[in-house]
Design a binder for this molecule. Structure first.
Ligand SMILES: [Zn+2]
Length: 176
């Protein structure tokens, strides 16, 4: 996924984590988070910080992306930003009221802002980020008192796996 931007090919890396193959019969929050997790594995394989996101509209997956900051040499190329752009493009509408964003880590200030600007109906994240998370972890930007749009926020879905892959990636980077 490059969004037509100028991409720099990255070396293919082995990821020590395996993709989840969830049952299609139970398309609940855990199911969709599993697909976001699989995107995080794709990120690792491209030596990108392993964070993945998918966006679901009326039960259908309309966007799937992972961090691509290095590949695109773009500091805004976070999984959530790329997925939001894909979803708006798919729907032909920037308003994502009827969509749910699944992301493996709590969104940063930029991406939390984007969930508000795109009027996302619901955001589900795996693990909270006490340093940069702006949907409650470090700061609740979605609770600004004068906002008209209220995004529903759910956390803790597939938390252990999504935290483990990120921590392992950073541990490996530190060891290198
Ligand atoms: Zn972000």
């Amino acid at each position: 996924m490059t969004d037509g931007r100028d991409a720099t090919p990255r070396p293919q890396l082995e990821c020590p984590f395996e993709k989840i193959h969830p049952s299609q019969l139970n398309r609940d929050d855990t199911f969709f988070m599993s697909l976001a997790y699989n995107q995080a594995i794709e990120a690792w394989r491209q030596d990108e910080v392993p964070i993945g996101a998918v966006i679901v509209h009326k039960g259908e997956i309309i966007a799937a992306a992972h961090n691509a900051v290095e590949t695109l040499r773009d500091p805004t190329a976070h999984a959530e930003m790329l997925a939001i752009t894909q979803a708006a493009s798919h729907l032909g509408d920037w308003r994502l009221n009827e969509c749910t964003l699944y992301v493996t880590k709590e969104p940063c200030p930029m991406c939390s802002g984007a969930t508000i600007m795109s009027r996302l109906g619901r955001v589900v994240y795996a693990w909270g980020d006490p340093k940069m998370g702006c949907l409650g972890g470090a700061y609740p930007v979605h609770s600004l008192p004068r906002l008209n749009h209220r995004v529903e926020v759910v956390s803790g879905v597939l938390e252990e796996q999504c935290r483990a892959i990120l921590q392992a990636y950073f541990a490996q980077k530190r060891a290198e």
